[in-house]
Each structure stands twice: as structure tokens, then as C-alpha cells.
Write a protein that binds this ligand. Structure first.
Ligand code: NAP
Length: 289
């Protein structure tokens, strides 16, 4: 059992912190900007709610974090009353936010200077993956620190991998999002075409999902796409944040991402349709408007 802190109890962080307490059996202190959520969590799981990230992190062996973007991450780490003010020597800060590789390297350097450790550890698997404790976790950091953190991370994960030095977890998450962007557009076009052709899409998916066209998105999203239900899942706003991060990285490393850049523009159109919080499968709504 370790002393663990968790900063950011959103859609993802709330259940992840719950698994660290219940499945991991650790002693938990949580922080959330909107304090009511932290108090609700503490009442539900029996941990302690702290008023600032600094107070949550004080004395912890492992400090987890899952906030929105680079700026939010800086605010709760190196900002005023941030966790880095009180991190213990030798402790490990594990960041589950989807952020840039740049901020990961910056915080890794700040952690090293302060005598503690940093691991970037973005996740894949969505709200359901977080609630069921079966996320995929892509880590960047030192191998010996990773080996210490891994058994703790296991509480909310099905797959945990060390991808390389600091920033490598975020770079791997970028690959993940690049692979998803074009695929979802392809799925949307397939369903759109099938409807126009007068086919029974349920029947079509039932057959082709067993062949080479099958995918997680097809399995898990076709039903809601057919019925035009998008008020759940991974928000378009979040996807555009991720695409912005990875397109900037591609400008730096010279990678060519023509389809991903195009799909980013399609998502801008979905936002204009009112779909900022819609699931990313709402690319179909744009074709059907
Ligand atoms: N949702 C998904 O399916 C999914 C899947 C994979 C990865 N992710 C990534 O995981 C991260 C969190 O996503 P989420 O869906 O859990 O988001 P969310 O529900 O919007 O939660 C965001 C959390 O960050 C906190 N926060 C934001 N800005 C802050 C700031 N400046 N200072 C302090 N706290 C701040 C929020 O506090 P308040 O409660 O006060 O707003 C909230 O606890 C994002 O990077 C996202 O891209 C999400």
C-alpha cells in the first residue's frame, strides 16, 4: 500500500482515482478545482479531499494527474500552490493528461531539478475504459522509475507500456489519435454510403466487422451512429485539442499528415454544427446535414 494523490477528478480521473483506492488498496488524497467533486469522491471512496494540489501532493509516494491541456497541467504542477511545491524527494508524478511532448519534457526537467520523478502517461480507452479500469497507458520516463510506478498504475489499466524517455508516452498517444482520425472518417463515409444505397446497415456491419474492415470504432460506435446519437463519449473539442498538439509536433518533425489535417477541418465543421461535446463519431452528422 502506498500514499497516493490524484489531481483532476473529471470524467476520466474520478473513476481512475476510485480504482487506485478500491483495487489498488492505496491511501488516497484527492484534489479537484471544483471542490464539490473532490468532497463527493472522498465521501464515496473514503479518501481525503485537499484544498490545493500542493496539499494533496505533500507526503505522497505517487501523485497522479488528469486535467485538460498543457496550460491546466502547468497550473496544477509548477503554478501557485501546485504539486511541484511539495513533492517529496524520490516521489513520482504520473501525468495521465493528453498533453504535448514538450510540456512532458519541461516537467520532467523541473522534477529532476526538485529531486523527484516525472512520467507522462496518457491513456486510451475512453470513459468506459476508465470506469472499468481497463485503460491502455502509454508511458515516457526512466525505466527504473517506470518499474516502481507500474504496479500502482495497474489498478486502472489493462495494458501499460514504457515507450521511451520523457515525452514518448505523449508521442505514442499522438500516433493513437492519428490512427483513429482517418479511420472514423472512413467509417462515417461507409455508413453514409450504405444508407444511400438502401442497405440494412446493421446487417452490413454484422458481416463486414468480422473481416478486414472491422475496428474498435465499428464495433462500439456503429449503433449510435446509425441512430444519430452523439451526446456521450470522447468530445470533439478534446479531439481537436489532441489534433492541434499532434499537427504542431508534425510541423516540427516533418511528418506528413494530409488526411489527419483534413479530418481536423471536418471536426471544426462539426463544432460549428453545435457538436463541441459530441462524440468523435459525429463526423457522420456532417455528411448527413
Ligand atoms: N474523456 C475521454 O474519453 C478521454 C479519453 C482519453 C484521454 N482523455 C484525456 O484525459 C484528460 C481529461 O479528460 P476528461 O474527459 O476527464 O476531462 P474533464 O471531465 O473535462 O475533466 C477535466 C479535469 O481537469 C480539471 N481542470 C481543468 N483545468 C484545470 C485547471 N486549470 N486547474 C485545475 N484543474 C483543472 C477539471 O476540474 P473541474 O472539475 O473544476 O472542471 C476536471 O477535474 C484530457 O487531457 C483528455 O484529452 C479523455
Amino acid at each position: 500500500m502506498a500514499k497516493v494523490a490524484f489531481i483532476g477528478l473529471g470524467v476520466m480521473g474520478y473513476p481512475m482515482a476510485g480504482h487506485l483506492k478500491v483495487k489498488g488498496g492505496h491511501e488516497l488524497t484527492v484534489y479537484n478545482r471544483t471542490i464539490a467533486k473532490a468532497e463527493k469522491w472522498a465521501a464515496e471512496f473514503g479518501g481525503r479531499a485537499a484544498p490545493t494540489p500542493a496539499e494533496a501532493a505533500a507526503g505522497a509516494d505517487f501523485v497522479f494527474c488528469c486535467v485538460g491541456n498543457d496550460d491546466d497541467l502547468r497550473a496544477v504542477t509548477t503554478g501557485k500552490d501546485g504539486a511541484f511545491e511539495t513533492m517529496a524527494k524520490g516521489a513520482v508524478f504520473i501525468d495521465n493528461t493528453t498533453a504535448s511532448a514538450e510540456v512532458a519534457r519541461e516537467l520532467d526537467a523541473a522534477a529532476t531539478a526538485g529531486g523527484f520523478h516525472f512520467i507522462d502517461a496518457p491513456v486510451s480507452g475512453g470513459q468506459a475504459g476508465a470506469e472499468n479500469g481497463v485503460l491502455t497507458v502509454m508511458c515516457g520516463g526512466d525505466a527504473d522509475v517506470f518499474e516502481r510506478a507500474r504496479p500502482v498504475i495497474d489498478a486502472y489499466a489493462r495494458m501499460v507500456g514504457l515507450m521511451g524517455p520523457a515525452g514518448s508516452g505523449q508521442l505514442t498517444k499522438m500516433v493513437n489519435q492519428i490512427c483513429i482520425a482517418g479511420l472514423v472518417q472512413g467509417l462515417a463515409e461507409g455508413i453514409h454510403f450504405g444508407k444511400k444505397a438502401g442497405l440494412d446497415i446493421e446487417k452490413v456491419v454484422d458481416v463486414i466487422s468480422k473481416g478486414a474492415a472491422g475496428s474498435w470504432q465499428m464495433e462500439n460506435r456503429h449503433k449510435t451512429m446509425i441512430s444519430g446519437k452523439y451526446d456521450f463519449g470522447f468530445a470533439v473539442d478534446w479531439m481537436r485539442k489532441d489534433l492541434d498538439i499532434l499537427l504542431s509536433e508534425a510541423r516540427r518533425n516533418g511528418a506528413k499528415l494530409p488526411v489527419t489535417a483534413l479530418v481536423d477541418q471536418f471536426y471544426a465543421e462539426v463544432q460549428a454544427l453545435g457538436g463541441k461535446r459530441w462524440d468523435t463519431s459525429s463526423l457522420l452528422a456532417r455528411l448527413e446535414k
